[in-house]
Write a protein that binds this ligand. Sequence first.
Ligand SMILES: [Zn+2]
Length: 226
Amino acid sequence: MAVSFRRPIVALMVLLLGACASPPPRLAAPPPPPVLDSDSACLKDLRDMHVAFEPQAPFGQPGSCSVANPVKVSQGGQMGMNRPGVMSCTMARSVERFEQQVVQPLARKILGQPIARLQHMGTYDCRARRTEAAKASTGGESGSKGGRLSEHGKGQAIDIGGFELVDGSVISVKKDWRNAGKKSEFLQQLARASCEHFTVVLTPNHNRLHNDHLHLDIGPHRLCGM
Ligand SMILES: [Zn+2]
């Protein structure tokens, strides 16, 4: 009886001694440094580039018009805008990098002065793609019915109608694209270089629907419509 009673006590003491001898349980590993998700990293990039913008609430549903990380941009880091434009943060970052790496250096090189203001004709816009076929079938109301969703409907596109220089003169895609001279040279070189920053670039050379603007987007397709 006594033996069978003592053995569990001995065993318990051994266990307790073992527990005391073992190193104290490890403290939980310190939490990893906060990792910026892509959205907040993008917003930080915009701030770092001195873009004037307001973050917007995400809207829409995937598959239809929607923007997951929209921002309303009112001014680029190095040039103004004729009016604010809503676009995805990723697109705003692409536009700003394009501005800093292509637009301003080219303007200084070819035109001898920087661009003061971007004249855009649209950013976010919930509509179908504009094609010549769609235009014919809707009697001119292009992009209003059916068809594949435009990258504008995802906040991934911008239409650029022209630029205003610091001396007030204007470079217009509609008026200057086909002319000889420095304004045309600027637009042509700018469009060519924009293919490095955007996946789709459509110019007046692409079709008549782009007669008066450059369409730049960061969608899944690839086309340098020079
Ligand atoms: Zn467009």
